[in-house]
Write a protein that binds this ligand. Structure first.
Ligand code: NAD
Length: 251
């Protein structure tokens, strides 16, 4: 129960990686706020955590909308009295792999507003509360290995995840004096669908011998926000089974 009585906000927690992160903190005794656009699914995930004995509440929030983010933090403080940890996980990829030549300004804005501006807004509002804590606070942004390398026609997503990586070092420097650590995780392929449907080649191409699971990212979050690891700030942790360091030349 490493996180007993810690108040933790996880954005994009209705499903996928965010739901696994929320479950992991709840299993460690935290009081978790699940924030997401998907109301039914978010309520279901929170219910599920509660029926397993955890403490969790769902709050509907679009992280790209400033007034909704302000309300999210206010309601968290109302429910749990503090904000100790923020995991910025909400993100979209659409239109993934639309031709660069056809990518519209509106599509670009939507991806940037959700992925990058969303991280900024939630962090700014949460940090205003975290800095009042005696023990400070911890923020983790979920970027992507696509901030570091690309497949063709993924410009908006790659740029948004790169922005998150830069936001990490800027915030780490600004918020250090207030006792707030800020780190970033670069996930590789993390399977959120049916893991059993993956092919042998999917696993074998990874130096680690398997495709990632949401719990791999959840464990990295628990590590980066642990109070014994407060010397780690401004860091980026690649969690990708070794794919990013694998050199590939055509035979
Ligand atoms: P997902 O689509 O299953 O989950 C994302 C969640 O974010 C959804 O519940 C969605 O409703 C929510 N969301 C989207 N826009 C939102 C908004 N404006 N406000 C609030 N919530 C919003 O995706 P996932 O695979 O679980 O990915 C989670 C994060 O990890 C994303 O940021 C993604 O870019 C990143 N990531 C995922 C992978 C992967 O392989 N799955 C790899 C690298 C990075």
């Amino acid at each position: 129960m490493r996180y007993k009585d810690h108040s933790v906000i996880v954005t994009g927690a209705a499903r996928g990686i965010g739901a696994a992160i929320a479950r992991s903190y709840a299993a460690e005794g935290a009081r978790v706020i699940l924030a997401d656009l998907l109301v039914e699914q978010g309520e279901r995930t929170a219910d599920d955590i509660r029926s397993g004995g955890g403490q969790a509440r769902f709050i509907a929030c679009d992280v790209s909308r400033e007034e909704q983010v302000v309300a999210l933090i206010a309601r968290t403080v109302e429910h749990y009295g503090a904000v100790d940890i923020l995991i910025n996980n909400a993100g979209i990829a659409d239109p993934h792999q639309a031709s660069f030549y056809d990518l519209t300004g509106d599509q670009w804005d939507r991806v940037m507003n959700t992925n990058a501006k969303g991280c900024f807004l939630t962090s700014r509002e949460a940090a205003k509360i975290m800095r009042l804590n005696e023990q400070g606070g911890a923020i983790v942004h979920i970027s992507s290995t696509r901030a570091l390398m690309s497949e063709p026609h993924t410009e908006a997503y790659a740029a948004s995840k790169g922005a998150i990586a830069s936001l990490t070092h800027a915030m780490a420097v600004s918020l250090g004096p207030d006792g707030i650590t800020v780190n970033c995780i670069y996930p590789g392929w993390i399977e959120t669908g049916d893991y059993r449907e993956l092919r042998e080649i999917d696993h074998a191409q990874h130096p680690a011998g398997r495709v990632g699971k949401p719990e791999d990212i959840a464990r990295a979050c628990l590590y980066l926000t642990d109070s014994v690891n407060r010397f780690i700030t401004g860091a980026g942790l690649v969690v990708d089974g070794g794919m990013t360091v694998k050199m590939i030349y055509e035979p």
